[in-house]
Design a protein around this ligand. Sequence first.
Ligand SMILES: [Zn+2]
Length: 270
Amino acid sequence: MPELPEVETTRRGIEPHILKHGVAGVVVRNAQLRWPVPETIHSIVGDHIAAVKRRGKYLLLGMTQGTVIMHLGMSGSLRVCGKAEPYRKHDHFICCFETGKSLRFHDPRRFGAILWTTEEPYEHPLLAELGPEPLSAKFHAEYLYRVTRNRRMPIKSFIMNSHVVVGVGNIYANEALFMASIRPGRAAGRLTKAESEQFVGAIKRVLKKAIQEGGTTLRDFLNAEGNPGYFVQSLQVYGRDGAPCQQCHRPIKRKMIAQRASYYCPACQT
Ligand SMILES: [Zn+2]
């Protein structure tokens, strides 16, 4: 599933190809995505891309008349293609530019979304309730310490809730907890101030590293140039059950927490 680093990598990948470019046409080959692609999406024809932004895992194509809100869902990807390139089977939405290039939304499982709003995009029901961006100054140790008080939910499930902070998916939650020496099943309310600081720092580091390396994923994600954005070899615990911990060489354990696979070192994480 594309996580925040893949979405940010996609944003950076497509931006130079589409920013300031005029939209010559729109092709909706299959409107049945997570929500139907609205008819009003055609109102972007004749407009131009004024900004390419991201909020959580949503991509926002800012036009002068409104905003296209995109989500890659479980298996979505975006590519910039030339005119002559034939459509692929799951290319559901195509935005054609006056330059002859096009932006193609490909999504075999169709859990992604293409929406259009003329209102303030950050006030859209999908975005309005989102927690702070993990790489912004609004996500800091005091904030995490405050919101975790009296919460008995496992810290790993807590941090994956997008109302708390956006974009900390399963892989990054596992990796950041290892870096901060915190067990995934620990009650959120039992984090100390020092641990909140370590955990926030670890989340920022692991996400920045993933963005730098082009995004981690297990399958389906293609970066804007069409190459898989894998860098699974640099993961320290995720998917490594039974393999030696890179710090103490004891075997990494796997445990299900809230139906999500969780990996940790029983010696290094407490
Ligand atoms: Zn260890």
